[in-house]
Structure formats: structure tokens, C-alpha cells
Design a binder for this molecule. Structure first.
Ligand code: ZN
Length: 238
């Protein structure tokens, strides 16, 4: 392979490396994964809010149940006293009965309050179940996307390693003095430093060179550096 053909082959591999690196950077599955992650965070926040509301309702319900339990205890004590025979004064007996009746009424009121809280809890529980289902679905989707991303990254990394080793093999045939020019042109011209001249057309910029210019190029020695007058790239002539 001539020095120019080797350089052109290196250019081909470098272009492929650039494409693969760009593909690696812009894998659509990566942004899908991060979008799923954002939705999961938002769901976590919603779940936390629902859990807080549910916790408040549970605590209220517990308070009412505790109150009912202690009122029941009081009513039972009073009934025990009533039927113990220890109290015989009719007025005291009447007072005890009134007390028991009042405690039972209070218990009924509190049981109504508790029922209301249970009714309020139902839609909260339903919402929580819905959010949890969506959370599970998103988590599964995230795991699937993460696996897909890892597989794509591994595939591209393997291809990159392959192309790089091919590139290094041809690069060994390129004379050292060509590298500064090649590297400088590559960074100035979007990664493409060297192109073939086919007929009168530069394959770098796809513009036709004038007949006079092509003639001038043809007369140059094969080892001489020749640039496209349109784009400035190194031209490889047959
Ligand atoms: Zn050109």
C-alpha cells in the first residue's frame, strides 16, 4: 500500500470510529432510560404524599379506636358496679344508668366518625394501589432499558475496539511526517483530512476541480502533499 493509500485507509477507520463514538453518545435508549428514571422519581414523590395522607388517616382511626376501647372499659366498669348490688340508692343507680347510656351514645358517635375516616381511606388506598402498579411497571421498564443500553454499549465498544485495532495496523504504514498535517486537517475539517481525487472530483467536498488544477496536480511527484483547492483536504491520486 502506498503511503497515501495507507493514510486514506486510516481516514476510513477514523471516520468509522467517529461515527461509532457519536452513536455511543446519542443512543436513544439512554434518554429513554433517564426519562423513565425521572418518571419514577416523580412517582416516588406522589407515593410518599399518598402514604403520608394514609398515615394521617390511620392515626386518626387508631385514636378513635383507642377512645372507643377506653369508653367501653368505662361502660363495662359502670355496668359491673350497677349489677354488683353494691349500689342500692335509687338516685345513684339512676345516675349510673344515665352514665352508661351516655357513654354508649358517645361510642356510637365515635364509631360514625371512624366510618367516615374509613370511607375517606378507600380512595386513598385505591390511588396508592394504582401508583404502586405504575411504579412496578416503570421499574420493570427501567430494568429492561438499562439492559438494552448495556447491550448496545457493549456491542459498540466491541466494534470500536475492532476498528481501532485495524486502524493501528494500517497506521503503522503511514510515514511519521504525515501525522501533524493529518491531525490538524482532521480537527479543522470535521474529521475528514484526506480524500481521493476521482476524475476531477474531490471526494472530500464533492466539488470539481478545474482542468488546469487537475493537470497541475497530476504533474506533481507521488510523494508530494497536494491539497484540494476547494476544501483544503489532502488529495490521494491514483
Ligand atoms: Zn475538496
Amino acid at each position: 500500500m502506498s503511503r497515501w493509500e495507507s493514510l486514506l485507509a486510516v481516514q476510513g477507520h477514523d471516520t468509522r470510529v467517529d461515527q461509532l463514538a457519536r452513536r455511543l453518545d446519542t443512543l436513544p435508549v439512554r434518554s429513554q432510560l433517564s426519562a423513565a428514571g425521572e418518571r419514577l422519581s416523580a412517582l416516588d414523590a406522589q407515593l410518599a404524599a399518598v402514604d403520608e395522607r394514609r398515615g394521617e388517616l390511620s392515626r386518626s382511626q387508631q385514636r378513635l379506636e383507642d377512645e372507643i376501647a377506653s369508653l367501653n372499659e368505662r361502660a363495662n366498669q359502670a355496668e359491673k358496679q350497677l349489677y354488683s348490688g353494691a349500689v342500692s340508692n335509687p338516685r345513684e343507680l339512676q345516675a349510673l344508668q344515665d352514665d352508661i347510656a351516655s357513654i354508649r351514645r358517645r361510642i356510637e358517635q365515635i364509631e360514625d366518625d371512624e366510618l367516615e375516616i374509613m370511607e375517606l381511606s378507600e380512595p386513598v388506598d385505591a390511588q396508592r394501589a394504582e401508583l404502586a402498579t405504575e411504579h412496578d411497571r416503570l421499574e420493570a421498564e427501567s430494568a429492561r432499558l438499562a439492559a438494552e443500553l448495556a447491550a448496545s454499549e457493549a456491542e459498540i465498544a466491541a466494534e470500536l475496539a475492532d476498528v481501532r485495532s485495524q486502524r493501528d495496523a494500517v497506521a503503522a504504514d503511514v510515514p511519521d511526517e504525515l501525522w501533524p498535517e493529518y491531525d490538524a486537517l482532521r480537527s479543522q475539517l470535521g474529521g475528514v483530512a484526506v480524500a481521493r481525487l476521482v476524475g476531477t472530483t474531490c471526494q472530500g467536498c464533492h466539488l470539481q476541480l478545474s482542468a488546469v488544477e487537475v493537470d497541475r496536480i497530476r504533474k506533481k511527484g507521488v510523494d508530494e502533499l497536494v491539497h484540494c483547492e476547494e476544501c483544503g483536504r489532502l488529495l490521494v491520486r491514483d
